[in-house]
Design a protein around this ligand. Structure first.
Ligand code: SF4
Length: 464
């Protein structure tokens, strides 16, 4: 399934709902991650306290985002990194292209990074004939398939291993197999050659420490470590909200992020990079850090929506969301899918484009319950829904009439009794719902709650 535009979410979702293979793949993967997460957090007695600590650290950063970013930039520069600032996606892409051109870099490798997906870096580099090779297995599969990721930590979550086996047959000409070990071995063979030849490596950043100028990259396959150390030039694209004040704060986030995302106690690799290695012995000679704003300053200035930037991209809210579990990531038509995408994408895209995404939620609250940094996603969804409405066009005449009648009926006990009596009669007349088109549309996928056949008061009075 190809990505669609965010404004087409309703039709994208309808299409996704007819794809049984997609739903089976999503359900089994999200269930597995949810089980692993539950087991991993059970083993941490102070889990809720850790969540509070993480939230407090993020609140400290967001209270003075630019102060922390400046501190990080100064420390990273002092450690020898070149720090660049990008106001938007175009500026970030231009910076990376300039670095590649200055180093005559044509062979590029890249580790998984949502920030680079957000700015569509691969397409920008391809314009210079230098498309980077994705080295995370899931991202590589997606690149081979010509698709976009459908999950923020498991990019190929929508694909079954049979589908991946067929993709490898078609694209790599290998014998058919759906054995993950066999498929991973083929991928490893191909990717090693790219690592060995690469002039430039591109990564994202999980956390940037203001105190030391250190960046942390988390991963499980060793590909990010090779991407950030083998090529002579490393470019790290970091959303400015990834900054944290102190090195010691990592202890909190390292307990929360892997457990929330994949149910691991810790990712297999944690690469802490403080400046380059000028002699190129154990790291790149040049380290460039691109600090990406792209709408984040605006979000940070909004006292209600600011908490969106506390997200540590663990993916737990996607795995817990019944909407995501049913339609997958591509239906959102946005780099960031699921509950976090439904609040982040409208703020990053702005305007009408992603305005429908906050409505792609049942408001069940599962996302809030699992979020390791306690982002109140349901409240933010409601806020964005309200903001998406045009003044004066907030609802249809029928809806406004309904709310007026409801308000009238709730204004006194007699009115309430009259309204419930009418409801009891009305529900015996199914044509009432059929002749009112808005009700008919609403009822096509929902059951109307039934009024009790007898009011509680009269039952109560008649009981001895
Ligand atoms: S909103 Fe919370 S649960 Fe969702 S990806 Fe971000 S940190 Fe994880």
């Amino acid at each position: 399934m190809n990505p669609h535009a965010p404004e087409q979410f309703p039709s994208n979702a309808r299409e996704a709902l007819t794809d049984r293979t997609l739903r089976t793949a999503l359900r089994s993967a999200t269930d597995l991650f949810a089980q692993r997460r539950a087991a991993a957090i059970d083993a941490v007695p102070d889990w809720q306290q850790l969540r509070e600590q993480a939230r407090a650290i993020k609140a400290e950063v967001l209270d003075d985002l630019h102060g922390h970013v400046e501190k990080f930039a100064a420390a990273a520069t002092a450690a020898g990194a070149a720090v660049h600032r990008a106001a938007d996606a175009a500026a970030a892409c231009a910076i990376v292209r300039q670095i590649a051109a200055a180093n005559s870099a044509k062979r590029l490798v890249k580790s998984k990074s949502m920030a680079t997906e957000e700015i569509h870096l691969n397409a920008a580099l391809a314009a210079d004939g230098a498309e980077p090779v994705e080295t995370d297995l899931g991202e590589w599969i997606i690149q081979l398939a010509g698709e976009t990721p459908s999950h923020i930590i498991v990019p190929a979550i929508h694909k079954t291993r049979e589908a991946i086996g067929q993709l490898f047959v078609d694209k790599l000409g290998i014998p058919p197999s759906s054995d993950p070990q066999v498929l991973a071995a083929h991928a490893r063979d191909r990717l090693r050659a790219h690592f060995a030849a690469a002039d430039l490596g591109i990564s994202g950043v999980n956390f940037g420490v203001a105190e030391t100028g250190t960046i942390l990259v988390l991963e499980n396959e060793g590909n990010a470590r090779m991407t950030t150390t083998l090529p002579k030039v490393h470019v790290a694209v970091m959303g400015i909200e990834k900054v944290i004040p102190r090195f010691a704060d990592l202890a909190v986030f390292l307990k929360l992020l892997p457990r929330s995302g994949t149910g691991q106690h810790l990712t297999s690799y944690q690469s802490l990079l403080t400046g380059p290695d000028p002699v190129g012995g154990e790291g790149p000679r040049e380290l460039h850090i691109v600090l990406l704003d792209n709408g984040r300053s605006k979000i940070a200035a909004d006292p209600v929506m600011r908490q969106t930037l506390a997200c540590i991209r663990c993916g737990a809210c996607l795995n817990a969301c019944p909407v995501y579990q049913s339609v997958g990531g591509h239906a959102y038509g946005s780099v960031y899918p699921g509950p976090i995408g439904a609040i982040l994408s409208p703020q990053l895209h702005g305007g009408e484009r992603a305005a429908k995404l906050p409505f792609a939620s049942s408001l069940c609250g599962a996302c809030k319950d699992v979020c390791p940094v306690k982002i109140d996603i349901p409240t933010l969804l409601l806020e964005l829904r309200q903001r998406a409405m045009q003044p004066g066009k907030q609802s249809s005449w029928f809806e406004r009439l309904g709310w007026r009648l409801w308000a009238w009926s709730m204004a006194g006990p007699r009115r309430y009794r009259l309204a419930t009596a009418i409801a009891r009669i009305g529900q015996k007349l199914p044509f009432v719902a059929r002749i009112a088109p808005p009700l008919a549309a609403w009822r096509s996928s929902r059951e109307l709650p039934k009024a009790a056949p007898r009011p509680f008061r009269s039952t109560f009075r008649s009981e001895p």
